[in-house]
Write a protein that binds this ligand. Structure first.
Ligand code: ADP
Ligand code: MG
Length: 689
């Protein structure tokens, strides 16, 4: 494969100037390789012509219609409007064009055209705004073709991306095949080269599915191989830090104001038996948001401390790390846990504070180190690290986990995640990793009250948010996009924040949070929200990670139909964490029946595992692109639910390959090996695994 060409910057492609290159950078596209992996959000399919009465509101339809009645031209301020009606034998459709005076000569009563556009229902009428017009034979020649539609930012048009993509393929040429031939044959896969082009420019839906399958297979295979190679050494590792059950944990459990749920208890029993067992612990705790995983990690860390070892708790963000530290300190002070001596170690500390923390760690003055990546990236020498816990484990790269484990000598590893991956899939993905499932919610919680509403409910929702804020609570509003993009009627955080500031009384403090902000900036905002210096936080889905602000009681999700159900569930999990009644408002902006049915599941159930199952059952292949994402374990192309057969096959293949060639030394595996070593050379986004 032309790896040098892939590293070429997009600005060197024909037709791309500095301005366009900057726009691409906004989308995270710097090199040709980035561009080729910038997959379409969806595809425009030129569908068959339908009868007007069969057109579906909310969807794009093509219809052959005859213009009836007269053509009305109006001006509203500086907008010129052309309106008329068109019909076939089955129904009439109201058409509106804006600022298109050139159409006046084409649009003649009695003439027929194919109109293609998004269908709306306005009162009792079907309507189309700005539909594209075609001659019948012109349209017929397009039927079945697919046009990629890319995620865009303001200024970057779909056509620019398409042109750039063609140029990129011209400069990179054909890609070399790296999968062994028997694998390609046995799963009936298409070549890597064909798939790479096919995902952008499929000739039809079948071809697209073939391209998608091939790329999904590659992602899974590389992922499983990577995991297997990482863990290979661990399987045989003896427990060199055996621990005994200590009195401190029993005492704490007696003093806590609540009893552990049965599920928490059994996870805790699993951990105890791992820590005292023959081999090193390698366990995943999977429990829905709010199921109480933090206390389990505290018990494990307390056990390590009381046995004379150090333990570390790693969180994906500064805010989450600080939150854990504070809740640990709270419990320590309240229940007199002298054995546990925590220290907070994050990038936000001053150089002096960091040095002091590092001294305490290396001299063994502290035995519970809570922090972010800083924990592994900076020069920390542990005195006797024996246990590493990662919270929200899916947020960490495989590599980060590996290097933290490498800090200690064969340490026990406990991973915690809220991702409800079906057990069978989890075992395939993680191999012999042991799993404890916490599938029970602590009692006494008030279930979140849900509602699914349309856009006309917005004023009511704002009033409700206002009243909750006035009662001393806080609210989240989620939008799918960061800034204005190519999609109509999709809310973005930047504009929405302004809109909400204008709609709410000036005393209510509205601020925003999104993934393009610098990490420290993000943490500052989250911190301000946790300290109640912000009342309403407008955010993208970055808010998903286990943040715990029990004072927040409202979660409002704009364009809720654009999110996966599991993701909606994670978002909703940000409220309902305190004593007060909490609410979740799903704002549905789509007319489609399917969207309504999907959101109804959220309305009826607060159970993450059930929702994940339903999500899987309902999602069709068409939903696999776009603002989909099941929330976690996001592969670029593959979907662990939809492609569960591929996950299984790739896992078996990975095991077969490694059985024959444990270190991938054979020549036919050399490219695979290289791909596993370099992150950028393949389409696996390890950062999210
Ligand atoms: P998550 O699993 O999402 O990390 P947390 O550990 O943050 O959940 O727990 C959420 C809240 O539930 C915390 O305030 C915690 O103190 C409380 N909690 C945990 N276990 C129980 C229990 N068995 N009974 C009642 N409350 C509990
Ligand atoms: Mg948590």
């Amino acid at each position: 494969m032309g790896s040098r060409e892939l590293e070429e910057r997009v600005i060197n492609l024909k037709g791309i100037g500095e301005k366009t290159a900057k726009l691409f950078e906004k989308c995270g596209v710097y090199t040709c390789g980035d561009l080729i992996r910038y997959y379409p959000r969806t595809y425009d399919i030129y569908g068959n012509i339908v009868n007007a009465c069969d057109m579906k509101p909310g969807e794009v339809n093509a219809c052959k219609l005859t213009i009836i009645g007269s053509i009305v031209k109006r001006r509203v301020r500086n907008l010129s409007i052309i309106a008329f009606e068109a019909a076939d034998q089955t129904a009439r459709v109201k058409m509106t064009y804006f600022n298109a005076p050139y159409l006046a000569s084409v649009l003649k009563p009695g003439t027929s055209h194919v109109f293609r556009g998004t269908v709306q229902k306005k009162g009792n009428f079907l309507a189309m705004d700005q539909p594209k017009m075609y001659k019948l034979d012109e349209y017929m020649s397009l039927v079945g073709q697919m046009q990629p539609r890319y995620p865009l930012v303001k200024g970057l048009t779909n056509n620019i991306v398409i042109k750039a993509m063609h140029e990129a393929f011209k400069s990179t040429g054909k890609f070399e095949e790296y999968l062994p031939e028997d694998i390609i044959k046995s799963h009936n896969l298409i070549s890597y080269s064909e798939a790479t082009v096919g995902i952008h420019f499929p000739s039809n839906e079948k071809a697209l599915e073939k391209a998608r399958r091939r790329l999904a297979y590659d992602e899974f295979l590389l992922f499983v191989l990577k995991l297997r190679l990482l863990k290979k050494s661990q399987e045989i590792i003896k427990n060199v830090y055996p621990m005994i059950d200590v009195a401190d944990t029993k005492r704490l459990l007696e003093k806590l104001p609540y009893k552990l749920t049965n599920a928490q208890m059994s996870a805790w029993e699993d951990i105890k038996s791992d820590l005292s067992g023959e081999t090193v612990m390698n366990r995943l705790i999977q429990g829905d948001v709010g199921s109480g995983k933090t206390i389990i990690s505290l018990l494990a860390l307390l056990t390590a401390a009381a046995n004379g070892y150090q333990g570390a708790l790693m969180a994906p963000t500064e805010v989450l790390a600080a939150q854990h530290y504070e809740s640990f300190m709270d419990i320590i002070n309240k229940y007199g846990l002298k054995a546990l001596k925590p220290v907070l170690l994050t990038g936000a500390l001053s150089a002096k504070e960091k040095k002091e923390a590092q001294r305490k760690i290396s001299e063994g003055e502290v035995n519970c180190i809570i922090g972010t990546n800083a924990l592994i990236q900076e020069k920390v020498n542990y005195k006797n690290l024996a246990l590493v816990v990662t919270d929200e484990q899916h947020r960490f790269g495989v590599r980060q986990r590996e290097s933290l484990a490498g800090k200690g000598d064969k340490v026990h590893v406990l991973l915690m995640s809220a991702t409800p991956i079906p057990r069978t899939l989890a075992i395939i993905l993680y191999g012999d990793l042991h799993i404890s499932i916490v599938n029970e919610m602590p009692g006494g919680r008030k279930p979140i009250k849900n509602c699914v509403v349309g856009t006309d409910y917005r004023p009511t929702a704002y009033k409700f948010i206002k009243s909750q804020v006035e009662a001393g609570h806080q609210a989240y509003v989620i939008c799918p996009m960061i800034e204005e993009g190519e999609l109509d009627n999709v809310e973005n955080v930047t504009d929405y924040t302004e809109k909400l500031r204008a709609a709410l009384p000036s005393g209510i403090r509205v601020d925003m949070l999104h993934g393009k902000m610098k990490p420290l900036e993000k943490d500052k905002i989250m911190d301000a929200f946790a300290r109640k210096d912000i009342d309403v936080l407008v955010s993208t889905t970055v808010i998903e990670v286990g943040i715990n602000v029990p004072n927040a009681t409202v979660m409002m999700i704009e364009n809720a139909e654009r999110f996966g159900l599991s993701q909606l569930h994670q978002l909703r999990g940000r409220v309902g964490r305190g004593d007060a009644q909490s609410y979740c408002i799903f704002l549905n902006t789509s007319d489609s029946k399917e969207a309504r049915e999907r959101l109804d599941i959220m309305n009826k159930s607060n159970d993450g595992f059930k929702i994940a199952e339903e999500d899987l059952r309902q999602r069709g292949p068409g939903d696999l692109f776009g603002v989909r994402q099941s929330g976690d374990l996001n592969f670029r192309v593959g979907d662990i639910y939809h492609d569960s057969d591929l996950v299984k096959e790739s896992a078996m293949d990975a095991d077969r390959i490694l059985a024959k060639d444990p270190d991938l030394e054979m020549t036919q595996h050399s490219v695979l090996k290289e791909l596993l070593r370099t992150k950028s050379a393949n389409s696996v986004d390890f950062a999210t695994l």
